[in-house]
Design a protein around this ligand. Structure first.
Ligand SMILES: [Zn+2]
Length: 347
């Protein structure tokens, strides 16, 4: 089959379209999906640049995907060949103590498609039955691109806001960098929960778009001091919840934006992972600083249910042909997008 692979880590010039062997035969619980579309994530860029785990080259990139079930293992009951499915790219072992407790993203053997396992920028992929969901039927049907764009960012944002921060109606939530898919999903989930959402970007065009998508307040973090604006917007109080995925560049401003007793949730570090923390401020202001990654099966089922109810439809920046995947990764790397960049694999 054809797939976008790397044969070593480095720059995006290492990303190549190649012929690779078809996926291995199915185990009893496996599903083989003939992919129609794959959505890009920052994770793909990190994988290309090099992560501290063992690679099996040629390594197939891509975490998010949607397609048609082509084949199922002998024990699979929930889907059958021909079903249209989207893929949850977080694959736990389903057996360790965390999995048994339903906390799959804490699994001691947690793996991600496209990072530890062969990914979705390929004509087909094999995943456990528990990692596919039938694409909900909507009056205005989801495109393959939308289905592919849904899982990773929506699941990540859901866990951050609902499970971890427990955002409440009437609270104020600050979301950095609204161009990114996880930030857009976070904005929509916060709105769904009745919160007021302040979003930032360095691009006025993106902020304008975010406003149309439901942002209550938009701030240009290049020309405005975010913490000052947040305090001005909250009677000097600060935001109840800050959603962080930027890291070094925004960390200090995130803390300055947080109210006494506020909650900060981090799911990424696109500008760098090392930040400072004055413990006196932490205990005096009684902040809660939380990490979050991906989501468990119950959370995934809940977001799929909401998608079927017409909520949380993903925002697609653009759809590019399969042969243009490298250029699409470059667009993601430049931060030029608003929403998900999707690669069409088959019509
Ligand atoms: Zn586990």
């Amino acid at each position: 089959m054809r797939a976008w692979v790397i044969r070593g880590t480095g720059g995006l010039e290492r990303v190549e379209l190649a012929r690779v062997p078809d996926p291995a035969p199915l185990r009893p619980d496996d599903v083989r999906v003939a992919l129609r579309a794959a959505a890009l994530n920052h994770l793909d860029l990190y994988v290309v640049r090099g992560l501290p785990h063992e690679y099996h080259f040629p390594h197939i990139l891509g975490g998010d995907g949607a397609g048609v079930v082509a084949d199922v293992g002998s024990a699979v009951r929930s889907v059958k060949p021909g079903d249209r499915v989207m893929i949850n790219p977080g694959i736990p072992d389903y057996t360790c103590e965390y999995c048994r407790a339903g906390e799959h993203p804490l699994c001691v053997n947690y793996q991600l498609l496209g990072e530890h396992l062969p990914g979705t920028l390929a004509e087909s992929v094999v995943v456990p039955e528990a990692n596919v969901a039938v694409i909900p039927t909507l009056p205005n049907p989801l495109s393959w691109a939308e289905a592919a764009a849904f899982s990773l960012v929506t699941l990540t944002a859901w866990r951050m806001l609902v499970t971890r921060a427990r955002v409440q109606a009437g609270e104020t939530v600050l979301v950095w960098g609204i161009g990114g898919g996880a930030s857009l999903a976070a904005m929509r989930i916060a709105k769904l929960k009745g919160a007021r959402v302040i979003v930032t970007s360095s691009s006025d065009a993106k902020l304008e778009h975010a406003k149309r998508l439901g942002a209550d307040v938009t701030l240009n973090h290049r020309t405005q001091k975010v913490s000052q604006e947040v305090r001005a917007l909250t009677d000097k109080r600060g935001a109840d919840v800050v959603i962080e995925n930027v890291g070094e560049a925004t960390w200090e401003e995130s803390l300055r934006s947080l109210r006494r007793g506020g909650r900060l949730v981090s799911c990424g570090a696109t500008t760098g992972p090392k930040v400072g923390l004055d413990l006196r401020r932490l205990f005096w202001y009684q902040w809660t600083i939380m990490g979050s990654t991906m989501g468990n099966l119950a959370e995934y089922r809940e977001i799929v249910r909401l998608l079927g109810a017409g909520e949380l439809r993903p925002v697609v920046d653009r759809v590019v042909p399969f042969t243009e995947a490298r250029a699409a990764l470059e667009r993601l790397d430049r931060g030029a997008q608003l929403g998900k960049i999707v690669v069409e694999i088959a019509p």
